[in-house]
Design a protein around this ligand. Structure first.
Ligand SMILES: Nc1nc2c(ncn2[C@@H]2O[C@H](COP(=O)(O)OP(=O)(O)OP(=O)(O)O)[C@@H](O)[C@H]2O)c(=O)[nH]1
Length: 352
């Protein structure tokens, strides 16, 4: 490869990975501030499973942002990533680029797409940062099964640096157990513990700046992930504990998250805030992420709400641009009709 002499001029690229709701956007906002304070011009590629870019609302409107909506960057919209990067570079000449993947993405595929693009553009993949929700991982680790657990494991294995986030939600012992677990799954990546992704940004950006480290981790991950896919499919198809001779190409990223579904609800009427909070608190466990922008019938302001792994959060917001009242629900095999029905009922009560 002939990039060595050009390396100084290449644009650094960071990939933010981590399961749905782990804290990627929280980190993104701080990274942007950090770069802006250093006089740099960052650009963002934002990928969301839903049809609306809600996370974009919390990012400084001045920051150039490419949105890849309605599909996961690692499969359905993967082919576009190279084009989006090329457009961003040509139109905005940023000093640094961050790609925030959907929480359901397998970062290996994004990594492949970025490296492919860097063959013909001056991009340099600096690191793959995976944000881990400490409480969520702890819960899943105790169960030791499920697609979500596997996906989280893949995201951790691919990382060149790990942020063990939401440590406020677990005890001291759990933190130290999780720290050990992360090191066991990925011995290459430094682990930085954090609450709300508040970390020393210089340290974060320097950590894991080792292409060798993440490549080595990623390669072993790829092999293991492929084995796991074979095994899982064999088990579910044949209902037994044996592995059958199924052959899957490496590029079957969907296998790890095709079970993830999204329901987007556009509100026609404002709803009562307390009724909505009760509804969110009572969401089925299979819905593991929800977010949206709402007008309530009993509040003057609009709200940005979030729900991630049994915790919800409401924040007053004045949206940028013309944003509808909308909520996105992401989960595994949940009944969309039930959610829709409950929301419509809330709307109609309020209309009456
Ligand atoms: N308790 C607690 N909550 C946190 C922490 N970090 C982030 N959150 C909250 O977790 C929720 C999800 O955070 P985001 O940064 O939007 O997560 P994300 O990974 O970007 O989510 P997706 O883009 O949907 O995958 C928000 O309500 C955050 O305020 C933390 O350290 N502790």
């Amino acid at each position: 490869m002939s990039v060595t002499s050009e390396k100084e001029k290449s644009i650094p690229v960071y990939i933010l990975s981590g399961f749905l709701g782990s804290g990627k956007t929280t980190l993104l906002v701080q990274l942007i501030e950090h770069w802006q304070q250093a006089g740099l011009r960052p650009a963002v590629v934002m990928n969301e499973l839903g049809e609306v870019n809600l996370d974009g609302q919390v990012v400084d409107a001045e920051v150039p942002m490419t949105e890849m909506l309605g599909g996961c960057i690692c499969c359905t919209v993967r082919g576009d990533l190279g084009l989006q990067l090329a457009d961003l570079v040509q139109e905005e000449s940023p000093d640094v680029i961050v790609i925030e993947a959907t929480g359901a993405a397998n970062p290996m595929e994004i990594l492949d797409a970025v490296t492919e693009t860097s063959l013909y553009m001056r991009l340099e993949l600096k690191s793959l940062i995976t944000v881990v929700d400490a409480a969520h991982l702890s819960g899943l680790y105790q169960e030791q099964k499920g697609q979500t657990f596997k996906l989280m494991q893949e995201q951790i294995r691919c990382a060149s640096v790990l942020i063990l986030n939401k440590t406020d939600r677990v005890g001291e012992q759990e933190i130290s157990d999780l720290q050990q677990l992360l090191t066991k799954w990925n011995g290459f990546a430094p682990v930085i513990q954090a609450v709300r992704c508040e970390v020393d940004m210089d340290l974060l950006l320097q950590s894991g700046d080792g292409v060798h480290a993440y490549q080595a981790a990623a390669e072993s991950d790829h092999q293991e992930a492929a084995t796991e896919h074979v095994h899982t499919e064999a088990c579910s198809e044949h209902g037994c504990g044996h592995s059958h001779e199924h052959h899957h190409e490496h590029h079957t990223p969907h296998a790890s998250h095709e079970h993830v579904m999204v329901y987007t609800h556009y509100f026609n009427q404002p709803v009562n805030s307390e009724a909505f909070e009760r509804f969110i608190a009572g969401l089925p466990r299979d819905v593991y992420r929800a977010k949206g922008i709402l007008s309530f019938s009993d509040t003057a302001s609009r709200f940005w709400f979030q729900y991630a792994y049994r915790e919800s959060d409401y924040m007053k917001i004045t949206p940028q641009g013309d944003v509808p009242n909308v909520a996105v629900f992401i989960g595994e095999h949940f009944d969309q009709a039930v959610i829709r029905h409950q929301l419509l009922e809330m709307e109609s009560i309020n209309q009456a």
